[in-house]
Design a protein around this ligand. Structure first.
Ligand code: ADP
Ligand code: MG
Length: 243
């Protein structure tokens, strides 16, 4: 479904991603864990070309795009195959909740407003916000805003959903409502890559766990293996916080 091959990223002379290989199967949920500064966000952003990797290739659903030489068309195609949920929600503040979810459907997929509204309403119901459709983001709690972010990511029915620390901006009491929506989305067979510091959540929701540090994948394995019997001492140290 999605394959990253030898992804390197430099910011100036700083080598931030040092040859990342990662394969995610259809319907698989992969959690990426690691200390801050290890390149997790850069990796996610490289998948949908919010950042352009310096070298390497990205394959989604049989279409391989070379990071260095990707055309505008390639980038657009990859963007359409991915849905991203951001730490800071990134909702359009001047648009109501419903319009935030509809926008991609009308402007990118060129659906009629009526059809877009129908799809968006179903998604907002799924994330428990049907009664907030006509509110502005500023009238919602952080947890509600993030649930709108999830509905928006789902709207284009992407091949893969990318979550970059979706609960890191939330007050502790709002974390669970967002995690439970993500769990539900995971249980519906969606292909997902989730960067998170919620180790207990990762253990529960992920099929596979990838531990990154300093621009490399230190170790990966099934969630069970990584949390109960990691092979590397560094992984053990980091994950022991969750045990
Ligand atoms: P993580 O998400 O694991 O915390 P990031 O991918 O955000 O890590 O950052 C990895 C490294 O790349 C850090 O050293 C960070 O300072 C650097 N970095 C991230 N984004 C940029 C950028 N836009 N310009 C320059 N350096 C960046
Ligand atoms: Mg990050």
């Amino acid at each position: 479904m999605i394959q990253l091959q030898q992804i390197h990223k430099y910011y100036g002379s700083q080598h931030v991603l040092k040859g990342i290989d990662l394969t995610v199967g259809k319907g698989e949920v992969v959690a990426i864990l690691g200390p801050s500064g290890s390149g997790k966000s850069t990796l996610l952003r490289s998948i949908n070309f919010l950042e352009r990797a310096t070298s390497g290739s990205i394959t989604i659903n049989g279409r391989t795009v070379d990071a260095a030489s990707a055309s505008k068309q390639d980038v657009l195609a990859l963007r359409l195959s991915t849905g991203m949920v951001f730490q800071q929600y990134h909702l359009f503040k001047n648009l109501k909740v419903l319009q935030n979810v509809m926008l991609g459907l009308t402007d990118v997929k060129k659906l009629s407003p009526a059809k877009a509204k129908e799809i968006s309403t179903v998604l907002l119901e799924k994330v428990g916000l049907k009664d907030r459709m006509n509110h502005y983001p500023s009238q919602l709690s952080g947890g509600q805003q993030q649930r709108v972010g999830i509905a928006r990511a789902l709207a284009l029915n992407p091949e893969v959903l990318l979550f970059d620390e979706p609960t890191s901006s939330l007050d502790p009491e709002l974390v669970d409502e967002v995690l439970s929506v993500i769990k539900q989305v995971a249980s519906e067979g969606n292909t997902m890559i989730i960067v998170t510091h919620e180790l207990g959540f990762a253990r529960e929701v992920a099929d596979r766990v990838v531990f990154m540090e300093d621009g490399i994948v230190v170790e990966e394995g099934t969630a069970e293996q990584m949390f109960t019997n990691p092979l590397k001492e560094r992984t053990r140290q980091f994950l022991s916080k969750a045990l």
